[in-house]
Design a protein around this ligand. Structure first.
Ligand code: HEM
Length: 233
């Protein structure tokens, strides 16, 4: 059959389509939590907040966490299929450098969703339903910082995902592993700020909506400039 979808490229295309759908669901919900729900909750009356936490938040979190899962699974499946088709050389390329930069960020974000935000949000919901939960403010704060860090990372992530196929950098592909080391260290520092820092100047900029957007844009510039420097021919 000559239909475009019924071959291995078609399968890869379907995975890519799924990746966009899951990615939109995930990042859409992430931005909703950070840009819409958070500021609304900060002003809402206690009763309104409890009602929303019982019935609205769990629905939003469902699409949020499964969006994250679907995005990560489809993304990594595409990378594995690409390597199976073209060998490891596929990742030792400008495409590989860009996609793996986004993938490192996305995988840390996926970890934050499933192992930092969701377990703590379950307790916040349980508390709204009348269960006694110890240390609630500290739990909510950690989830908040992880969510803000994900919002920051979502901005450079989309830059590098899109750059992989739509920007043509003149990079030295023998240095991809070195570049990925830099990415892991920088993303690791941002993650440490979410998981270890509590108060203080390092968490301050990302606590405000404007601040997290600015930090996301600044880090996009930092990652891009570093990529051009480290991967220079
Ligand atoms: C878990 C981490 C992630 C991995 C492993 C991953 C992997 C990939 C891969 C392999 C591609 C290339 C597809 C191709 O053209 O063959 C891709 C593209 C893309 N990804 Fe991701 N991704 C991740 C997270 C995300 C997230 C969170 C978003 C947010 C919406 C996203 C949005 C995109 C977009 C828009 C493209 C299309 C780029 C283009 O073709 O112009 N990805 N991703």
């Amino acid at each position: 059959m000559q239909w475009a979808l019924f071959n291995s490229e078609g399968l890869l295309f379907l995975l890519r389509w799924g990746h966009f759908i899951f990615g939109i669901a995930w990042i859409g919900m992430l931005w909703y939590f950070n840009f819409v729900q958070g500021p609304f909750f900060a002003k809402a009356e206690a009763g309104v907040k409890t009602a929303a936490t019982k019935d609205l938040v769990p629905r939003a979190l469902f699409y949020f966490r499964w969006g994250a899962m679907g995005t990560a699974i489809t993304g990594w499946t595409i990378i594995i299929i690409r390597i199976m088709q073209g060998g490891v050389e596929v990742v030792n390329s400008s495409w590989g450098a860009s996609i793996l930069t986004g993938a490192v960020m996305g995988t840390v974000m996926w970890f934050n969703v499933w192992f930092v935000i969701w377990p703590r949000q379950k307790k916040v919901i349980a508390s709204a339903n009348g269960e006694k939960v110890d240390n609630l403010p500290a739990l909510a704060r950690r989830a908040f910082l992880a969510s803000r860090t994900n919002t920051l990372l979502s901005i450079p992530l989309l830059f590098f995902m899109a750059a992989a196929s739509h920007l043509s950098p003149n990079w030295d592909v023998t240095k991809v592993h070195m570049w990925l080391g830099v990415v892991v260290v920088l993303v690791g520092l941002l993650e440490a700020n979410a998981l270890l820092a509590d108060k203080g100047p390092t968490t301050k900029p990302i606590e405000k909506v404007g601040g997290v957007i600015h930090m996301g844009l600044w880090f996009t510039v930092v990652f891009y400039v570093l990529a051009e420097v480290v991967l220079k021919k």
